[in-house]
Design a binder for this molecule. Structure first.
Ligand code: ATP
Ligand code: MG
Length: 286
């Protein structure tokens, strides 16, 4: 019998597209077949189940599926007993408290005795109990941001990415409770054959994530600037240095991390680098 790994991804919503893109970059093609609950993948022994994000943690805990891609904050709310395998770097957002913009917010104590509308009771309760605040929670599923305007609440606790939704509803963000991104979760007790498949999928995912967070850099510089340029470019081991046809000049190849990308480029220019080329990396295998 050939074994298959089962993974749950969000059926529709913010995580769906990026989850399938991640699999695709891992060489795994999945048809997001309209109303279908299940789809067999090509390029890996994998079956994909399309489910509500909020339902996925329970399915993973129960072992109905082996893996799932969910928002970190969803796992906090579900409190399911699963293993977090990997942070995936997309669907980044924060869970925040917001109040009407005209409110003179003086700090968390302001929330004492107030009504807070949210879809995330576990996170807000943890936060309030740590801060020693007593507030009244109003659980709403969806469109939490309109609650103050219709007189249902004094504050909201909701997910924010750009802040545009809060702004256009006359709210301002006053506290950040937690940060969230998509994560890969796993059932805790996988059979050995399934665990082996999980390792091999995880390896592919890591290669894709590494590649996404790095860029390949090529530049030219005078030989006498090479030492200072090398200090700016750590690279995987050390940069490759090739002579140019023009005497006294070299070409330097290396990889840089996306995070401090512009700082590195500025430093390179300031140290005499010319003709800088930045190239995306497709996969990165250590
Ligand atoms: P489902 O309806 O499938 O159970 P959901 O209602 O959480 O799940 P989405 O609104 O699509 O579905 O959000 C999916 C996840 O995307 C969230 O749980 C959160 O982790 C993340 N996310 C990123 N940015 C935002 C944002 N601005 N608002 C809401 N969620 C966001
Ligand atoms: Mg939803």
């Amino acid at each position: 019998m050939t074994h298959k790994l089962k993974i749950a991804v969000q059926k529709s919503g913010r995580l769906n597209e990026d989850s399938l893109k991640l699999l695709k970059d891992c060489g795994i093609k999945v048809e997001n077949g309209g109303d279908k609950l299940k789809s067999t993948a090509f390029g890996f022994p994998l079956e994909v189940l399309f489910l509500r994000n909020s339902d996925i943690p329970q399915y993973v805990e129960d072992g109905v599926v082996h893996l799932g891609i969910i928002g970190e904050n969803v796992l906090l709310e579900a409190q399911s007993d699963v293993e977090i395998v990997q942070k995936l770097g997309f669907a980044r957002c924060r869970l925040s408290l917001a109040v009407p913009k005209e409110v003179e917010y003086t700090g968390v104590d302001w929330l004492n005795g107030k009504r807070i509308a949210t879809s995330y009771p576990v996170a807000i309760n943890q936060y309030l109990s740590v801060k020693g605040i007593e507030a009244e929670l109003h659980l709403i599923n969806g469109s939490v941001e309109i609650a103050p305007a219709i007189g249902l609440a004094d504050a909201v606790c909701d997910l924010v990415s750009s802040g545009n939704t809060l702004f256009s509803n006359g709210l301002k963000e006053v506290e950040v409770l937690l940060k969230s991104e998509a994560i890969l979760i796993s059932h805790k007790n996988l059979a050995p054959e399934i665990a082996a498949l999980r390792s091999s999928l995880h390896f592919r995912i890591q290669s894709v994530l590494n590649a996404r967070s790095y860029k390949y850099v090529l530049l030219n510089c005078p030989e006498d600037k090479l030492d200072s340029i090398k200090k700016i470019l750590p690279g995987m081991k050390s940069p490759s240095v090739l002579p140019l046809a023009e005497k006294g000049w070299v070409s330097v190849h290396s990889v840089v991390q996306e995070d401090d990308f512009w700082n590195i480029i500025d430093a390179l220019k300031a140290n005499g680098a010319e003709g800088i080329l930045i190239i995306p990396i497709e996969k990165m295998i250590y």
